[in-house]
Write a protein that binds this ligand. Structure first.
Ligand SMILES: [Zn+2]
Length: 61
């Protein structure tokens, strides 16, 4: 994982010490980190790629 994604995950978990759920207060707190949206997009891509039989662009077997 890129460092900015790991930083986002750590920040996410730390923010939960202050705000338990994923409500507007939680996301307002995470907006302080400028790469929040980019990191969330990266993680969505990882989850989606795990559901694919082959990665698009991968030459395959
Ligand atoms: Zn969370």
């Amino acid at each position: 994982m890129p460092e900015y994604v790991i930083d986002y995950v750590l920040l996410h978990e730390l923010a939960h010490l202050l705000v338990p759920g994923h409500g507007p207060d939680f996301w307002r707190l995470l907006e302080a980190y400028p790469r929040t949206e980019r990191a969330r997009g990266y993680l969505e891509g990882v989850v989606a790629a795990e559901r694919l039989p082959h990665l698009p662009g991968d030459p395959g077997e």
